[in-house]
Write a protein that binds this ligand. Structure first.
Ligand SMILES: Cc1cc2nc3c(=O)[nH]c(=O)nc-3n(C[C@H](O)[C@H](O)[C@H](O)COP(=O)(O)OP(=O)(O)OC[C@H]3O[C@@H](n4cnc5c(N)ncnc54)[C@H](O)[C@@H]3O)c2cc1C
Length: 460
């Protein structure tokens, strides 16, 4: 600590996820001293991988990189990583009840009760989602003319009013759950429209955001930043429990001590910020964001097989299932010794499936895969569950969502600094909220804002 100035660092960063580590890297490169705190015993937060996992690296958290994720791609490449392709060619399987359907590209076809086409109904429904997203926009959704109207309803309410066919409605609702980890009845229609606008459109969310993988795993990015800035700058297994703040600095308190800096970045999901005591209390709008924004319920499964047997049948390994509700993709990397399907299951589909207990849910999942891909799915080589609801200091996944009535009223507080406190984390991102790209962009934005106000060379 610099005794003269009474500061332990120029900038304290709370949260060593991709966002906090990006900010730490940028600030350190600009000559600012940083200290990064995390409750976990590792960096990376929602990115977390094991590059030397038997038969091929494994990502327990965020893994896919989108074709337009330019900032996170640049960062990963700068850290010496290599991108590889996921999602082999082939048809997707849609298990909607009855015999599973295959769709060579896009949505599946089935004749609906009224004689119309499911494919057309889905295309129309997702186009409507895109339309409200474009109307709301990604920057200041609270100022949109229909902000209050859309924020007064849940996404389920919006679907009930907009999508006539019950099956199409159920499919769009299940997609909302796969993306956010909550049921459409739990999430504000305004917030979901904002989320889609942040992530370009539904096609980007469904396809182009899930096309590339980091060789060895995405968690390596934060780890390599830790090596670059120096691990002495990290305080791991040291959760921040209190923050005293003013215009000219902030002090964080942990079980081990107190640390002072001229600026502070909260690189956390709002639900984690809600666990911290602030003095003085944060303004009401920011408090509302912290306390009413929450994670979904989410399980990430990785199921390994000796080979990509689904490719023999012209299938890509992609499954959209209502039975139980889940989504799977083939994430086998070129050098892997085994094939891997990743399966996401969230919201009430997760609740019902997870509640059955470990053995019963494994049997149900393998049965569901076998129905879609064939009997070889019954005999995996490995079956790895990552229950994000139980991961300390995260306790949910994949992203935080807002219930009705919050974004239209408290939204402007999502990114606005408060004195010495700056907000980062993917939930505060300028683009691609909820994704690694959003985490990187929010970390870069917070670091840039601090660099603009804090002169290098002042005593720390
Ligand atoms: C299962 C899953 C799959 C995903 N898949 C993808 C994907 O394929 N592609 C993609 O782009 N994104 C994906 N995501 C999302 C992506 O991982 C996140 O958007 C991104 O990693 C968030 O980074 P962050 O730094 O903003 O937040 P986090 O990674 O959540 O970092 C916040 C950190 O703060 C720490 N913390 C919390 N409370 C405290 C405290 N009091 N004191 C100190 N530290 C604290 C936490 O331990 C955590 O490390 C996925 C997420 C999950 C969970």
């Amino acid at each position: 600590m610099n005794i003269e100035s009474g500061h332990d660092a120029d900038v304290i960063i709370v949260g060593a996820g991709l966002s906090g580590m990006t900010a730490a890297k940028d600030l350190a490169a600009a000559g600012q001293s940083v200290l990064v705190f995390d409750g976990k015993d590792r960096v990376g937060g929602r990115t977390w991988c094991d590059p030397s996992y038997p038969e091929g690296a494994i990502d327990f958290g965020g893994m896919f990189v989108g074709t337009t994720h330019s900032r996170s791609t640049a960062l990963g490449l700068e850290m010496g990583l290599e991108l590889v392709r996921a999602r082999p060619e082939g048809a997707a399987v849609w298990d909607l009840g009855g015999t599973p359907l295959t769709a060579p590209d896009g949505y599946p076809e089935r004749v609906l009760e009224d004689g119309t086409s499911l494919k057309d109904a889905l295309a129309a429904a997702f186009a409507e989602v895109d339309r409200i997203a474009a109307e709301i926009g990604k920057d200041d959704p609270w100022n949109a003319p229909r902000a209050a109207e859309l924020d007064a309803m849940t996404m389920q309410g919006w679907l009930d009013a907009t999508v006539a066919d019950p099956l199409a409605r159920r499919i769009v609702g299940a997609d909302v759950s796969i993306i956010t980890g909550v049921d459409p009845s739990e999430i504000s229609a305004l917030f979901f429209a904002f989320y889609v606008a942040q992530c370009e459109d539904m096609h980007a969310l469904q396809v182009t955001s899930n096309t590339l993988l980091w060789k060895g795993g995405a968690g390596q990015i934060a780890d390599r930043i830790a090596d670059r800035i120096g691990r002495s700058r990290l305080r791991l297994s040291e959760p921040v429990i209190a923050i005293d703040h003013a215009e000219d600095g902030a002090t964080v308190t942990t079980m081990q001590g107190s640390y002072r800096a001229r600026r502070l970045i909260l690189a956390l999901p709002p639900s984690a910020a809600a666990q911290i005591r602030f003095s003085p209390e944060l303004p009401d709008a920011r408090r509302q964001i912290n306390r009413r924004t929450n994670f979904g319920r989410y399980m990430k499964l990785q199921i390994r097989f000796d080979r990509q047997f689904w490719l023999d049948k012209g299938l890509s390994g992609e499954i959209f299932s209502l039975n139980p509700g889940f989504f799977s993709l083939d994430v086998t990397r070129p050098d892997d010794a085994q094939a891997t399907l990743v399966v996401f299951i969230g919201a009430s589909a997760y609740d019902a499936w997870h509640g059955k207990g470990e053995e019963a849910r494994r049997v149900e999942m393998l049965d569901a895969l076998a129905r879609c891909l064939g009997p070889d799915a019954m005999t995996p080589a490995a079956y790895v569950e990552t229950p994000w609801n139980e991961v300390p200091f995260t306790m949910g996944g994949p992203v935080c969502h807002m219930p009705p009535g919050l974004l239209s009223t408290a939204g402007p507080a999502l990114r606005a600094p408060i004195g010495a406190i700056h907000f980062a984390g993917t939930e505060a991102a300028p683009n691609w909220t909820g994704y690694m790209e959003g985490a990187v962009q929010s970390g870069e934005a917070a670091a840039a804002a601090i660099k603009a106000t804090l002169k290098t060379g002042e005593p720390a």
